[in-house]
Design a protein around this ligand. Structure first.
Ligand code: ADP
Ligand code: MG
Length: 246
């Protein structure tokens, strides 16, 4: 089940050399009544295609805010985000949605599956939204179900699946459009240790196929598996182990 043949990103530009993600001077301020929360402060970060990065740090330090910005689920108040050389901060919501659909896969702690849809329908959803023809959709879903060991669960709804199966459906959905970047926000947070390890191994296999992997985690053991660790504190990168030279 770990063959993940769908995983290879549809374009890899010089993996290991190109700056794929560049954040400069990013500020994200939330307004709550009269008070302001500076979730990100003057954040600068460069990530290269094919990296495996763990984002760690205390609760409230801005990890999810950072991931949401990277995933184009949110916009900064100030600063520039370049993805594959293109300034994506100035794109319209529709253009951002398109970039997200083509380049980025998101995996969440609480899976975020659509409750009324089956496993197969959840996995197909990004292709449905992208207007991909039903026949092609069916073939890719069948392959994904096989890759993730879900062939016998295709017709099950999320509430009929275990936590590990739900997260496998979520990963299959996140990768069905062959994204260049996978963003995972505490993907093992709702899973027991063994199931969480299995989920991390699946994500790591995607990374071995060239997908950039950015994982937010509270778990030092998981964090230490990444080739680069970022420690967030108070909305900034407090420590960066740096881009490995190999
Ligand atoms: P982490 O993921 O590291 O726990 P977050 O990025 O979720 O931290 O949050 C960073 C800070 O921004 C926290 O103080 C949080 O309360 C605040 N915050 C996050 N999202 C919102 C929001 N939508 N509205 C108001 N404040 C928010
Ligand atoms: Mg968070």
């Amino acid at each position: 089940m770990t063959t993940v043949t769908n995983a290879v990103p549809n374009t890899v530009t010089n993996p290991g050399t190109a700056a794929q993600i560049e954040l400069s001077g990013i500020e994200r301020v939330f307004h709550l009544g009269d008070s302001e929360v500076h979730a990100l402060r003057n954040l600068n970060l460069t990530i290269t295609a094919g990296e495996y990065v763990a984002v760690m740090g205390p609760s409230g330090s801005g990890k999810s805010t950072l991931l949401n910005l990277l995933g184009l689920l949110d916009r900064p108040n100030t600063g520039v985000y370049r993805l594959e050389g293109r300034d994506v901060t100035t794109l319209s919501p529709d253009q951002q949605a398109r970039v997200r659909s083509e380049r980025i896969g998101f995996v969440f702690q609480s899976f975020h599956l659509v409750p009324r849809l089956t496993a197969a329908e959840n996995i197909a959803l990004p292709m449905t939204l992208a207007g991909i023809a039903p026949q092609q959709r069916a073939a890719r879903v069948a392959q994904a179900l096989k890759d993730y060991g879900l062939e016998n669960r295709a017709g099950h709804r999320p509430d009929q699946l275990s936590g590990g199966q739900r997260q496998r459906v979520a990963i299959a959905r996140a990768t069905i459009m062959q994204p260049a970047v996978i963003l995972a926000d505490e993907p093992t947070g709702n899973l027991d240790r063994a199931t969480g390890d299995e989920v991390i191994r699946l994500l790591e296999e995607l990374n071995r196929h060239g997908v950039t992997l950015i994982v937010v985690t509270h778990d030092a053991g998981i964090g230490s598996r990444a080739r680069r660790q970022l420690l967030m504190e108070d909305g900034a990168v407090h420590h960066d182990s740096g881009i490995p030279s190999v």
